[in-house]
Ligand binder design. Structure first.
Ligand SMILES: *Cc1c(COP(=O)(O)O)cnc(C)c1O
Length: 390
């Protein structure tokens, strides 16, 4: 059987795949089983932040794999404590809790928010306001947190206690918030929802309300974090400080990690056996994440992300068939004439690995992409759009 045949036979069909089996990669370039070359502006959905097989990252994880590949969370780990120190120092947050994915990090944040409120106010103050069109994960609880009806099917009963506010509408937030509310959970740029950038005023109004009412501000930085938007974390664009933040996709540079961080007032909420994970805080993964942060967490690197994003946007806006661009840093949604899903599939055949979000094309290129590579990517998109012009 070919890879595709085996996949279709043995793997549950939870994804519609592009017609390519990837074999290897270096930097921004991937190769399929036949040796065909692809430029990748998707990074495995914002995961390969330093591109494929970055030398320093490979060295960090192989050295750790050759030293100690796993220990349980009953032991202290230098790699996990170093990463925690870095994350807290860089954000001003106080403590971290490790997991293995974005959804898990969000589950952890939801648990912390509810326990904080339970400990302090007792039963019943447990509602969390999330936004319409958000995405927070695929577990039963994070699906419930996700403010899109299409995700609330089949798997009943969902976790109770989520209410969905219209984004950028503070009055709608005020309508939903009550003495039952313990937290507000949001992505400052909605990724899966179509690269929707929240208004600064709106986020600041919510943050001010939260601070005044001891409602926790939980920012999901699973997609926006670790340099993606040209700041280390996207909340920095907004002049607010979260009480809880979750990070995943780009942090591990390609290995699975999810981290929930909390501020000072929450640092003692979780006590032994209130949360846990067998694989979380894995030393190989943490060694890779330490390397990723060492590369990305500096102004020169982050300024380049923004500069490359601006350049990419200017190229995209010159194309016939591009109607508008939603962008922060190198998180890019492209509204086009025509069916984004069909165009994306055709781009892949033309050697450009690109994804979609809702009805938009979406680019989340490796942050190390060069301007030349961005130009090459836009050229392939241009060619593909032309092929589709009647
Ligand atoms: C991808 C994503 C998640 C879920 O992360 P997984 O690692 O797939 O569980 C949660 N929140 C946001 C904003 C995401 O983009």
């Amino acid at each position: 059987m070919t890879t595709k045949e085996k996949d279709l036979h043995y793997i549950m069909h939870t994804y519609g795949r592009y017609d390519v089996a990837l074999q290897s990669g270096k930097g921004v370039v991937a190769y399929d089983e036949d040796g065909k070359r692809y430029l990748d502006v998707s990074s495995g959905i914002g995961v390969n932040s330093l591109g494929y097989c970055n030398d320093g990252w490979v060295q960090a994880i192989t050295a750790q794999a050759n030293t100690l590949q796993h220990m349980s969370n009953y032991f202290y780990s230098p790699q996990a404590s170093d990463l925690a120190e870095k994350l807290c120092t860089l954000t001003g947050l106080a403590k971290v809790c490790y997991g293995n994915s974005g959804a898990e990090a969000n589950e952890c944040a939801i648990k912390i928010a509810r326990k904080y409120s339970f400990d302090k106010y007792g039963d019943g103050r447990n509602e969390i306001i999330t936004l319409q069109n958000s995405f927070h994960g695929r577990t039963v609880t994070t699906l419930a947190a996700t403010g899109q009806e299409v995700f609330h099917n089949y798997f009943f009963p969902f976790t109770e206690g989520f209410r969905y506010a219209a984004p950028n509408d503070f009055d709608d937030f005020l309508r939903l918030v009550s003495d039952k509310t313990c937290a507000v959970m949001l992505e400052v740029v909605q990724g899966e929802g179509g690269v929707n950038i929240l208004d600064k005023d709106y986020v600041q109004q919510i943050a001010a309300y939260c601070a005044a009412h001891d409602v926790l501000l939980l920012i999901d930085e699973v997609q926006t974090g670790v340099g993606r938007t040209g700041k280390l974390f996207a909340y920095e664009h907004y002049g607010v400080q979260p009480d809880l933040m979750t990070v995943a996709k780009g942090l591990g540079g390609g290995l699975p990690i999810g981290v929930c961080l909390c501020g000072n007032k929450l640092k003692d909420v979780m006590s032994p056996s209130t949360h846990g994970t067998t694989f979380g805080a894995n030393p190989v993964v943490c060694a890779g994440a330490n390397y990723v942060l060492d590369v990305i967490a500096n102004d020169a690197f982050l300024n380049e992300v923004e500069e490359k994003g601006t350049y990419l946007e200017s190229l995209l806006l010159q194309l016939d068939g591009v109607k508008s661009v939603n962008r922060l840093g190198l998180m890019v949604g492209i509204e086009i004439d025509g069916d984004a899903h069909a165009i994306a599939a055709q781009c892949v055949q033309n050697g450009l690995l690109i994804i979609t979000a809702k009805d938009l094309l979406r680019m989340l290129p490796p942050l190390i992409i060069t301007k030349d590579e961005l130009r090459e990517a836009v050229n392939i998109l241009e060619k593909t759009l032309k092929e589709n012009t009647p």
